[in-house]
Design a protein around this ligand. Structure first.
Ligand SMILES: NC(=O)c1ccc[n+]([C@@H]2O[C@H](COP(=O)([O-])OP(=O)(O)OC[C@H]3O[C@@H](n4cnc5c(N)ncnc54)[C@H](O)[C@@H]3O)[C@@H](O)[C@H]2O)c1
Length: 359
């Protein structure tokens, strides 16, 4: 495996801002995109971090991703909000959609926010964290409008995207639960990262173009295309289909997948359910019950091969602390792709390199 670059978070953010500004984004938009991508790397989800930037740049150049776009309210019916992301950066329209939903849930106790036509919303956990920071519980059902890459249970061919499901629950006396995963066994970006690093993916994640099991990540990175499998057999496949029905058909009015794999644009549809737990329960009793339950869970002794029982969200917080202290590893292929993307929008690769603190 090629040697990794190790870059500290702040210079990496500054370098990524330069590339986004090169696309024509305002300073605020460039900061939102760079912060969100670097945050994904900090939490250990390199698949949704700065490695996405070359694809975003290509999508802007193709006209499929609109810079400086904002959400538009299509329907405002009390606890129901339907928003159009205008094909803007998901890092901007996602945050705007959440802010509108949070404000409404604080007034009414709950809200359902349907966001359609948003460009890639990145790590969906970021949106759960925004809700949890406001004291709210949030559930997110997300679909992916791009070439289908995940096969339904029992199918030999892809039928939908990696359709993430995410939930955030604020907890008293400890950090929140942030459950955030793709419904494919592994996220697609993880196959790109493996392909860039030249390493296989674990068994049970992929099928080739004939529907045969394989560990070669090429099958979802370069044509001819194979497919990812869903996690949890028929159960994960069912959740993926639910994400398509709720995040896609209901929230975005888009559940079909074109076969054209040549375009770089990725749209997400997201149905978010926000609940104010205090409005629902009216007392602090639920907080105490949740706190007791989580404490009892974390006291359970680990079984062989495991260090300890963790709550979802804890692994990301650990990785974040480690990477803030020791820097973010970036593989050379990903870094080269970022420098090429910078050059394609008139930003000197040497400036990006210097800003990131690399000689
Ligand atoms: N925008 C999109 O189109 C899109 C599509 C797919 C995935 N994604 C994002 O990709 C990211 C990665 O998804 P993934 O499926 O690779 O995630 P993953 O398989 O790493 O699972 C992550 C979840 O599992 C929890 N977890 C991990 N280890 C644990 C342990 N030992 N004990 C308890 N909980 C544990 C984590 O806290 C987290 O909630 C997510 O942020 C997701 O939102 C985005």
């Amino acid at each position: 495996m090629a040697e990794m670059h190790v870059i500290a978070a702040e210079p990496l953010r500054a370098a990524m801002r330069l590339v986004v500004q090169g696309c024509g984004s305002s300073d605020a938009e460039a900061a939102a995109v760079a912060d969100n991508l670097v945050e994904a790397n900090l939490t250990g989800h390199d698949s949704h971090g700065i490695g996405m930037l070359p694809r975003y740049v290509n999508a802007v150049r193709e006209g499929g991703l609109k810079v400086n776009a904002h959400v538009r309210t299509v329907l405002d019916a009390g606890a129901l909000l339907r928003l159009d992301g205008n094909a803007g950066f998901g890092q901007v329209v996602g945050a705007e959609a959440m802010a509108l939903g949070i404000e409404r849930a604080r007034q009414l106790g709950c809200t359902i926010v349907a966001l359609g036509h948003a460009h890639h919303l990145g790590r969906i956990g970021a949106w759960a964290e925004q809700a949890v920071a406001a004291g709210l519980i949030s559930l997110h059902f997300v679909n992916v409008i791009a070439r289908p890459i995940v096969a339904p249970f029992g199918g030999a061919k892809a039928g939908f995207g990696t359709n993430p499901f995410t939930a955030g629950v604020p907890l008293k006396g400890r950090p929140p639960m942030i459950l955030d995963f793709a419904t494919s066994v592994i996220a697609q970006g993880k196959t790109r990262v493996a392909h860039n690093k030249g390493v296989p993916v674990p068994e049970g994640c992929l099928i080739d173009e004939q529907g045969r099991a394989t560990t070669d990540p090429r099958w979802t990175v370069v044509p001819p295309w194979g497919a990812l499998l869903t996690f949890g057999q028929h159960k994960g496949s069912g959740l993926a289909v639910l994400c398509e029905l709720l995040g896609g058909a209901l929230a975005a009015g888009l559940a079909g997948h074109g076969e054209d794999g040549s375009k770089q644009r990725v749209l997400n549809g997201m149905l978010t359910v926000l609940v104010d737990p205090r409005a629902l329960h009216g007392s602090e009793a639920w907080e105490a019950a949740a706190e007791d339950f989580v404490a009892s869970l974390l006291r359970i002794a680990p079984r062989e091969g495991h260090e300890q029982v963790l709550l979802a969200g804890d692994p990301e917080r650990r990785t974040r602390a480690e990477r803030l202290a020791s820097g973010l590893p970036v593989d050379p292929t990903t870094w080269r792709q970022i420098l090429d993307a910078a050059a394609s929008v008139g930003v000197a690769p040497s400036l990006v390199q210097r800003t990131a603190g690399l000689a």
